[in-house]
Ligand binder design. Structure first.
Ligand SMILES: NC(=O)c1ccc[n+]([C@@H]2O[C@H](COP(=O)([O-])OP(=O)(O)OC[C@H]3O[C@@H](n4cnc5c(N)ncnc54)[C@H](O)[C@@H]3O)[C@@H](O)[C@H]2O)c1
Ligand SMILES: O=C(O)[C@H](O)COP(=O)(O)O
Length: 632
């Protein structure tokens, strides 16, 4: 739980002299902290509970530790709500297909859960505006109409499984609705089902079973083919594909694979050769499909590709029906190109009763059972419940499908930078003079890490969110920030600069530059006329470290007054007194300057928004040349 305390420093900031702050800093933190000579900082901090740094700071009177958090993710979720979903009342979660009990139990601890199976499209649309989240499997079509009918309330769609071809992702993104899936829990089940179909097809198990049940004993009719030594082509060498490959090798098969995006070393590690599409389909005795259904893979197995296959090939499909042109498959079965097929998935589910494909004697079928084991269904239910609850809590999702998704370990490392990125975006846009219109933003990441080892998609999206949110009246979140930016004609480019510092931290600093605009605060402009602000993460806390050409050092929390003045004694006291008289609580203050006794920038953190009078009074202090109030 968060705890709060307000220190003397925040109540009466001007009681701290520069000398005292500096000397304490030096004696206590000389080894771990380095501050610029030109800045004085009284810090208000949000820290992770129990960390070495937090314990040290809490014992130190000059620092104002306002809140402590149980974990980095709690700190992140308290600071931000990246999908704009968090609400005070219990959310309503609609589950439209059967989900394992463990997952339902988990959902019930967090929200009101309604299980309504077999809803018609109209019934789903009628219910959806009362729901914050929807959980589906492959049987529910989450169309644009569903998002329209939700009237902005639906915040998360959870797909309890892998394939998201039944969710209109474009519509979800436009409506700012996060889509998450459960990508790992049914992998083994699907691979085992693939192997079950492969073996039973090769030995005519289903046909022989039906024949015996019809009272026959047809030993000659159901002579099968052996698997050992045969070539199996895996089309789509992802999670399921590679598990099928592993098992097929155990059966003594020669396994090749086609996947334009699969890393060669993963294939090599399993002893599988990655080959071209044509090579795979023309040399295989068995072809097993494991690619997703996308516009590129739609009906990729068609008359033309069947004609390139070895005569008598056998096909297994536990991926998606739509990757096969089913009429073409019937033709290939009739003309003997394809000897047999074993299918778990169909273009239309369930297929029509008179489907030629389903009825074909050389075809073995199962009703989309790939993920249907007790173990997989419990796993999927828990995986999706955790993902949906996490998203509804405002945590960044590691299984987001239509928002930047990064693995949990990267997420944990990037967490404070995510907050920094959004705050820099918010600050930058507020520095733009009204009416000048932002069209071009450049983000510069300084890092000691190899660019290939630095995933900035999440940071870019959060900067975009930070920029768009204050200038848009629509609901902006991590999901639709990029889409909305494009609609507004805003271009965001990125540059990575390799710096010679510790690569222990993913990023040294983030700089946001806005070009071709006027600024409300001329000191934020650099020589080339761009607004430029820069920030860093110090001990997990986002800091503003540069405004225009001025170095400052303030934690990004609460609101901020930036003030440029002639660098002379007494300025901190004068401005601090004006704020104190109006009962505006100062939480931190930092002064930065380019050279002694020339111009300086004062960055003052305030808990309350000063009224117009107070700000005008600050503006009238003779040495103050300009100032701006910014909401963080
Ligand atoms: N029948 C079932 O019940 C069941 C269960 C689980 C998964 N699935 C389906 O199986 C498929 C694979 O699932 P997964 O968990 O392995 O997903 P995955 O994302 O781990 O693997 C998919 C692989 O396909 C590759 N791919 C993409 N486009 C391709 C193309 N044009 N040609 C060749 N390869 C391509 C990707 O690079 C990726 O490696 C999905 O369609 C999923 O919906 C079905
Ligand atoms: O993509 C998947 O995860 C599988 O096709 C499973 O679908 P299901 O949840 O409808 O069984």
């Amino acid at each position: 739980m968060a705890t709060s305390s307000i220190s003397r420093a925040a109540k009466n900031p001007i009681n701290f002299s520069t000398r005292k702050v500096d000397s304490q800093k030096k004696s206590i933190f000389s080894k771990r902290l380095s501050f610029s000579n030109s800045s004085i900082s009284l810090q208000k901090l949000s820290l992770v509970k129990g960390s070495h740094f937090t314990r040290k700071l809490q014992k130190t009177p000059i620092f104002n530790v306002l809140e402590t958090f149980e974990s980095k993710s709690e700190l992140l979720s308290r600071t931000r709500d990246p999908y704009n979903v968090v609400k005070t009342e219990r959310p309503t979660i609609l589950v439209s297909e059967k989900l394992g009990e463990a997952g339902l139990d988990l959902l019930r601890t967090f929200g009101n859960v309604e299980c309504s199976y077999n809803l018609s499209p109209d019934e789903l649309c009628a219910k959806i505006s009362l729901c914050d989240a929807l959980i589906v499997r492959s049987g529910t079509k989450v169309t644009r109409q569903v998002f329209e009918a939700a009237k902005g309330r639906l915040k998360v769609v959870g797909r309890a499984g892998v394939g998201i071809d039944n969710v209109d992702l474009q519509a979800a993104t436009e409506f700012g609705c996060l889509v998450v899936n459960a990508p790992t829990a049914n992998t083994i089940a699907a691979a085992e089902h693939g192997i079950a179909l492969l073996a039973s097809m090769a030995r005519n198990v289903a046909q022989a079973d039906a024949s015996m049940k019809a009272g026959k004993w047809q030993r000659n009719k159901y002579v099968g083919v052996s698997l050992v030594g045969k070539t199996l082509a895996i089309m789509g060498f992802g999670k399921v594909g590679s598990e099928v490959a592993r098992r097929a090798k155990g059966l003594g098969m020669h396994v090749i694979a086609h996947d334009p995006y699969a890393p060669a070393d993963r294939a090599r590690a399993i002893g599988v050769e990655l080959v071209s599409f044509d090579q795979a389909i023309s040399t295989a005795d068995f072809i097993s499909l494991h690619m997703p259904l996308t516009p590129t893979t739609n009906k990729v197995f068609n008359d033309e590709t069947f004609s390139k296959m070895k005569k008598g090939v056998r096909i297994i499909n536990v991926a998606r029906g739509g990757v096969i042109d089913e009429d073409a498959l019937v033709r290939a079965l009739e003309n003997g190109t394809v000897a047999q097929a074993a299918l778990d998935v169909f273009t239309q589910e369930p297929p029509t009763k008179d489907s030629k494909l389903v009825q074909h004697e050389n075809v073995t079928v199962t009703p989309h059972l790939g993920a249907s084991t007790k173990e997989a269904q419990e796993g999927v239910a828990i995986e999706i419940a955790e993902a949906v609850v996490g998203a509804l809590r405002g945590e960044l999702s590691a299984t987001a499908v239509n928002a930047p998704m990064v693995p949990p370990e990267v997420l944990s490392e990037l967490a404070p930078y995510v907050t920094l990125a959004e705050k820099l975006g918010r600050l930058a846009v507020q520095l733009v003079a009204g009416g000048s219109g932002i069209q071009s933003v450049k983000v510069v990441y300084k890092s000691a890490r190899d660019p290939d080892n630095l995933d900035t998609r999440l940071l870019r999206a959060m900067i975009t969110k930070g920029i768009i949110e204050p200038i848009s009246d629509s609901h902006i979140n991590l999901v639709n920030a990029d889409f909305t930016a494009k609609q507004k004609g805003l271009r965001i480019s990125e540059e990575r600069v390799l710096v010679d510092s510790s690569s222990e931290n993913p990023i040294d600093s983030i700089q946001v530059q806005v070009s071709n605009v006027e600024s409300k605060f001329a000191s934020a402009l650099t020589e080339n006329g761009n607004i430029s602000i820069e920030g860093r993460v110090k001990y997990e806390i986002p800091h503003l470290t540069c405004v225009g050409s001025f170095g400052v050092d303030v934690s990004l929390d609460g609101n901020l007054i930036l003030c440029r003045q002639v660098d002379q004694p007494g300025m901190i006291g004068r401005v601090g007194n004006i704020l104190g008289e109006r009962n505006v609580n100062v939480s931190f203050m930092s002064v930065g300057r380019t050279a002694k006794r020339t111009k300086a920038i004062m960055a003052i953190g305030v808990d309350e928004e000063p009224d117009k009078d107070t700000l005008q009074k600050i503006g009238k202090v003779p040495a103050v040349e300009e100032f701006v109030f910014l909401e963080l």
